[in-house]
Design a protein. Structure first.
Length: 61
């Protein structure tokens, strides 16, 4: 994907059944973003989930 400047690519957490930037939503302009991420999750070992600090270095709630 080539994301236009000033836009963001949104990816849903249900990869196989999500309406995200790959399909219906498209690229989201910066001015449409509201709020901030407080915790980021990823599947680190197949079945166990880990979390990490937010982008500003603080721990999410």
């Amino acid at each position: 994907f080539e994301v236009p400047e000033g836009h963001y690519f949104m990816l849903g957490d249900n990869r196989d059944n999500a309406s995200d930037s790959r399909f219906m939503v498209g690229f989201v302009p910066y001015e449409n973003l509201v709020g901030k991420a407080v915790r980021l999750f990823w599947n680190s070992k197949g079945t166990e989930y880990s979390s990490r600090q937010t982008l500003d270095g603080s721990v999410g709630k």
